[in-house]
Write a protein that binds this ligand. Structure first.
Ligand code: CP
Length: 317
């Protein structure tokens, strides 16, 4: 079956997930993002690639980083940007997602950026929009957060230059994490030598072995010799029942402290998609310390989102 994110010419027309995206498309997005990074140092931080296009940000879940950087990215591409306030929209009166999309499409929307609590919502929208309209997933349920995955890949490439020979440990609540899924698919496609998933058994999904991921329940073993550590937030809002004894106990075993970090390579970088639970999955001394590239991730997110929007918008209908 054809990848539903690609058009009949094999061009990226929607971005729904990093799963199944060919390596050359991932690399093209990272290379394109690299051309946008220097724009931040110019007086006029704009290029005309999306001039005349209308970008609609539809965030049905809260966001600080993703929503804001998508807006900055679209404005730097010279698009007209509309942020639908879901709480005061007619979605609150029961209007369906597809009716909302149909009505915004009638306002000549060209690109929808969608965050939704339901896994599959951006895919559903992509199936119903006109061929010239593009959909970018900004995080759907537990399923995927592809632009976070891509900005994480950009950050790793920036600091480590090459994906081969790296050991990357993804640590924490992998079960509920759309970021972890998007990262693991991208890391394996880009040829990272060793991808590790580290966490308590209750927060590790099945099937990681089949994805080529080494699984560790002992954090000290899991981060030993790592080049990159990606810490994940405990997603309490997605936990149906008690999966952990307490956050204090969790920090003791899976919180990243300077002591545990000393087991990784001396030039290891520490990443976190945010928002962080300080003192739960990461100690402030590490989050704010010399190995942390957490705020670099945020900055690179602008260029990566510019790349994604300009690439999908450039795909032929
Ligand atoms: N990383 C991330 O998705 O953060 P926000 O929820 O603030 O967008």
């Amino acid at each position: 079956m054809r990848n539903p994110q690609l058009n009949r010419h094999g061009e990226l027309t929607h971005l729904i997930t990093t799963e199944g995206l060919p390596r050359d498309i991932l690399t093209h997005i990272l290379d394109t993002a690299q051309t946008f990074v220097p724009l931040a140092d110019r007086d006029v931080k704009k290029v005309p690639l999306l001039r005349g296009k209308s970008v609609f940000n539809l965030f049905f879940e809260n966001s600080t980083r993703t929503r804001t950087t998508f807006e900055i990215a679209a404005k730097r591409l010279s698009a007209d940007v509309f942020n639908l306030n879901i709480n005061v929209s007619s979605a609150a009166k029961g209007e369906t997602l597809l009716d909302t999309i149909a009505n915004l499409s009638a306002m000549q929307a060209d690109l929808f950026v969608v965050r939704h609590e339901a896994s599959g919502a951006p895919y559903l929208i992509a199936q119903h929009v006109a061929p010239h309209v593009h959909v970018v997933n900004a995080g759907d349920g537990r399923h995927a957060h592809p632009t976070q995955g891509l900005l994480d890949m950009y950050t790793i490439r920036h600091f480590k230059k090459d994906f081969a020979n790296l050991t990357v440990a993804v640590v924490g609540d992998i079960l509920h994490s759309r970021v972890a899924r998007s990262n693991i698919h991208a890391l394996t496609t880009l040829g990272v030598a060793e991808v590790r998933a580290v966490g308590p058994l209750t927060l590790l999904p099945s099937g990681l072995d089949q994805m080529g991921v080494r699984v560790f329940t002992d954090m000290k073993e899991g981060i030993k010799g790592a080049d990159v550590i990606i810490m994940l937030r405990l997603q309490n809002e997605r936990m149906g029942g008690a999966l952990l004894p307490s956050s204090h106990e969790y920090f003791k075993h899976y919180g990243l402290t300077e002591e545990k970090l000393a087991l990784a390579k001396s030039d290891c970088i520490v990443m976190h998609p945010g928002p962080m639970n300080r003192g739960v999955e990461i100690d402030s001394a590490v989050a704010d310390g010399p190995h942390s590239v957490i705020l670099n991730q945020v900055t690179f997110g602008i260029a990566v989102r510019m790349a994604v929007m300009s690439i999908v918008a450039g795909a032929s209908a």
